[in-house]
Design a protein around this ligand. Structure first.
Ligand code: UDP
Ligand code: MG
Length: 344
């Protein structure tokens, strides 16, 4: 029997969790030819998400709950969930019910047709504000132009990925990456299923404009060199214009026609030139701090708490199928080790 993991990143989603539980359970209970695992990743919510999610995990052996030590962002949460997933395939959806769990069967059907990646592509009808749609359209347009290898051909927030894609994803260990862009970059044949994006059921979006801008810059800089090429081209064009102007000035001087004038022109040309230089230094800085960040080798997230049933064999060979409740992750990744360390 194939196993499917469902991964939900959560940040202050307490008000949505009961409806999510009901709808997810209704869907997976109707798919009895598969076994399901539910991975709830709490991105250090400050509301009751932890209590509600733990109660769900306590009453349902299919649920695993992970909590970060601070807010690391939705993509870190998604990445943690996918790395934890033990299924033959994993579906990731948002926990605010904007991506309806009822589309899971359609994603699975396409996966069964042999596609290792099945994107849940937003249909034209969307219950989202114009500002969100605009930022999303700008994001996807820029991504497709700047990093075509890392942008699905459809705008998507959710997907089902096969175990072989999951294993390949686990080998991508870069920081500051968009999970969607990483999955695209891996390659593999992809299909898509259309769905109507719903309005957020309760609460507010945790994606501030600043987080969206960071994701855009991260995605473009992480998967494309065109900002650096554009800088070189701009620099060359400016140098070309400067050289032409110099030739003109020398010619005018030789003909005795030059006069001292145009301070305002000179000032604006200098300001423009300096502005361009500053932008160029800024773009270089975007690449440079990422290099620094990578070399530091810090983890992408810290899990402070895990709760739920471990379904796969543990790396240390002990029986880890008992319910677990731990502190920080242990050396071999086995939660029993952490529990043993805590007990000592
Ligand atoms: N999310 C998260 N960490 C954050 C922000 C959001 O884990 O810092 C989760 C959130 O709970 C939801 C998903 O990521 O399940 C999508 O976020 P949200 O609905 O806030 O974004 P939007 O739909 O506005 O793009
Ligand atoms: Mg949402």
């Amino acid at each position: 029997m194939k196993r499917v993991s469902l991964v939900f990143p959560m940040y202050n989603e307490a008000a949505n969790l009961e409806a999510l539980r009901r709808r997810v359970c209704a869907v997976i209970d109707s798919l009895n030819e598969y076994r399901f695992e539910i991975v709830l990743v709490d991105d250090h919510s400050t509301d009751d998400t932890r209590t509600v999610a733990r109660a769900w995990a306590r009453g349902d052996g299919r649920v695993r709950y992970l909590r970060f030590s601070r807010n690391f962002g939705a993509h870190a949460a998604l990445s943690a969930g996918l790395r934890t997933a033990t299924g033959d395939g994993a579906v990731f959806l948002s926990a605010d019910l904007q991506d309806p769990p009822e589309m899971i069967p359609a994603l699975i059907r396409k996966w069964e047709d042999g596609y290792p990646v099945v994107w849940a592509a937003r249909a034209a009808r969307q219950a989202r504000s114009w500002a969100t749609r605009l930022t999303s359209a700008v994001y996807w347009r820029l991504m497709r132009a700047a990093a075509p290898n890392a942008a699905p051909s459809v705008a998507a927030d959710a997907a089902l990925i096969d175990r072989k894609v999951l294993d390949a994803f686990k080998r991508v260990n870069t920081r500051n990456d968009s999970v969607l862009a990483s999955v695209c970059w891996l390659g593999f044949d992809a299909a898509y299923v259309r769905y109507d994006k719903a309005a957020r059921a309760h609460g507010r979006s945790g994606w501030t404009l600043a987080k969206k801008v960071k994701l855009l810059v991260d995605s473009v800089v992480g998967f494309s060199y065109w900002p650096i090429r554009a800088m070189s081209l701009l620099g060359l064009s400016c140098a070309g214009v400067g050289f032409g102007f110099l030739a003109y000035v020398v010619y005018e001087a030789l003909c005795g026609r030059i006069e001292v004038r145009g301070f305002a022109t000179l000032a604006s040309v200098m300001l423009l030139g300096m502005g361009i230089l500053m932008v160029m230094v800024g773009v270089l800085g975007e690449y440079l701090w990422r290099v620094l960040d990578e070399t530091r080798g810090r983890p992408n997230y810290i899990v402070e708490e895990e709760y739920g049933r471990r379904t796969s064999a543990s790396p240390c060979g002990r029986d880890c199928s008992e319910p677990i409740e731990t502190g920080p992750a242990a050396a071999c990744g086995c939660r029993n080790d952490a529990a043993a360390a805590v007990a000592q």
